[in-house]
Design a protein. Structure first.
Length: 500
């Protein structure tokens, strides 16, 4: 999300003056490995290279920018990709700096490299990645320090009919528009909770879709209960006003304290039922109203992607939105020495917070590598810390306002699928809890197979915990030995490095 109040970085358009050269790294080794080339990772990589570090930047995508600065596929011949983005000039500047550092040999940018595990090797970190469209290739490299900028994924809450063709994620609808230059439908209802919905609805309407309604389960009035947080970040208020004006200009009705509680259609979406909610998100009887549409774009915020960090033993905290986030100090170091994090892994906060944290973490890493910080870096870090505190305060407010209420589970019928991969219904999960004595999500998983499918619980983990009534697990991180699917041949090679 744009934040016009963020103080500009002196290196936003051009790198700082050259730093003293460090010893040349050994082949296959880097002083810093940055995982993720979204806003946070990209800002971190170029800032660290500005400071003289040898950097390797790994990302699963084929081009930098992450989900926020997702670019159209080259074959589409888009001439104005910036028309679909806010703050494109900032990204263009970072991309240009990345190009210059690659030419100078200060950054090795490895696109199409998805890191599936990181392990300690003496004083260094060994990163394992899969490559290629089907993950058939592999790569291994070592780095002295690690910066995790793995972003987030969308949170979904199930409801009757959500598996019908024509139901897409809100972030997914925006990704289709940005990368494929296509609309998910012609008449699109946008629903769920969180400020991302406003941006999605505006983007779809500007691109030519008819958006009859934006359905928000929470209420925007709750922001007014924290006037000091709003006053400290007036750019957010201006952003909200701009979105409201754009929605009104395109004829989009904003329905607060409501949710899509059913989807209608046989072969695909033909309409949705929108119901009014009480303060705990329980549907109020008799308030359901049908809205005709051919597509539903729905999402309930974002969840930090923590697989690599949790696998390394980094401690987490429960964020205001109910999801797990990393515990970080003021220089964005995790609880594991030698590992930093920036952006969404520290809690969902938006693009400008991610950019500021990427720069801050890189300056901290540079100081650690040198054994001290230059005065200029120390002054810049002080500014970034102040900005971060301000933006993090708003992020916590945002998370609290849009956190799903406990009553959302009453949207579900017994036959509503919760785990789509394994086709586990809400009724099966309730039976595991009420009749079979499951008291935690792991036992539910063993009894029902919920979370054992391809996504490994990334989509259904939160709703399963909520249905199971696992209050003690609120904000607990999911623990997976592998951060992505890995072919057995790749695992075998990793287990026998002496054969490579």
């Amino acid at each position: 999300m744009p934040d016009s109040t963020a103080e500009p970085s002196p290196s936003a358009s051009e790198p700082s003056s050259p730093a003293p050269e460090l010893p040349s790294p050994a082949p296959g080794f880097a002083e810093l490995a940055v995982v993720g080339a979204g806003p946070a990772g990209l800002a971190a990589a170029v800032t660290a290279a500005d400071g003289g570090l040898d950097v390797v930047l790994l990302d699963a995508a084929d081009a930098p920018g992450g989900q926020y600065y997702r670019s159209p596929a080259p074959g589409l011949g888009a001439t104005r990709p910036q028309a679909l983005h806010h703050g494109w000039a900032r990204f263009a500047g970072l991309a240009a700096r990345l190009g210059r550092h690659r030419e100078a040999g200060r950054i090795r940018y490895l696109a199409g490299h998805q890191v599936w595990a990181v392990e300690r090797t003496g004083a260094d970190w060994t990163l394992h990645a899969v490559t290629g469209p089907d993950g058939e290739g592999s790569a291994t490299l070592r780095a002295r320090r690690l910066l995790i900028a793995t972003g987030s994924h969308e949170r979904q809450l199930p409801f009757p009919g959500w598996t019908l063709p024509g139901v897409v994620g809100a972030a997914g609808a925006q990704a289709m528009l940005k990368s494929g230059l296509v609309l998910p439908g012609q008449r699109v209802v946008v629903a769920g909770s969180g400020p991302l919905l406003q941006a999605v609805a505006v983007s779809l309407a500007r691109a030519g879709a008819r958006v009859p309604a934006l359905v928000e389960a929470a209420g925007y009035g709750a922001y007014g209960r924290a006037p000091r947080v709003l006053a400290a970040d007036p750019g957010r208020l201006r952003e909200g006003i701009r979105h409201s004006a754009a929605l009104a200009g395109h004829g989009v009705r904003v329905l607060a304290h409501r949710a899509v509680t059913a989807v209608h259609g046989t072969e695909r979406v033909e309409g949705v039922t929108v119901s009014r909610l009480d303060r705990d998100w329980r549907p109020l009887p008799g308030t359901g109203r049908r809205i005709d549409c051919d597509t539903l774009a729905v999402g309930h915020g974002l969840v930090p992607q923590l697989d690599l960090a949790v696998g390394l033993g980094c401690e987490t905290r429960c964020g205001a939105d109910g999801s797990a986030a990393l515990v970080l100090d003021e220089d964005l170091c995790t609880t594991v020495p030698g590992v930093w994090a920036a952006g969404e892994p520290g809690g969902i906060g938006g693009v400008h917070l991610a950019l500021a944290e990427g720069e801050l973490a890189a300056l901290a890493v540079t100081g650690d590598a040198r054994g001290g910080r230059r005065d200029r870096d120390a002054r810049r870090m002080a500014v970034l810390r102040r900005n971060r505190r301000r933006m993090r305060a708003f992020a916590e407010l945002m998370g609290a306002v849009h956190r799903p209420g406990p009553g959302w589970t009453e949207w579900l019928a017994a036959d509503t699928e919760v785990c789509r991969c394994e086709e586990v219904t809400a009724g099966a999960i309730r039976t595991a809890v009420d009749d079979l004595g499951a008291g935690d999500s792991r036992t539910v998983k063993l009894l029902t197979r919920a979370g054992m499918g391809w996504c490994q619980g990334r989509t259904c983990g939160f709703p399963v915990r909520e249905l199971a009534g696992c209050a003690a697990e609120a904000g607990a991180p999911d623990r997976r030995p592998l951060a992505c699917p890995v072919p057995l041949a790749t695992l075998a090679r990793a287990a026998r490095p002496e054969d490579e």
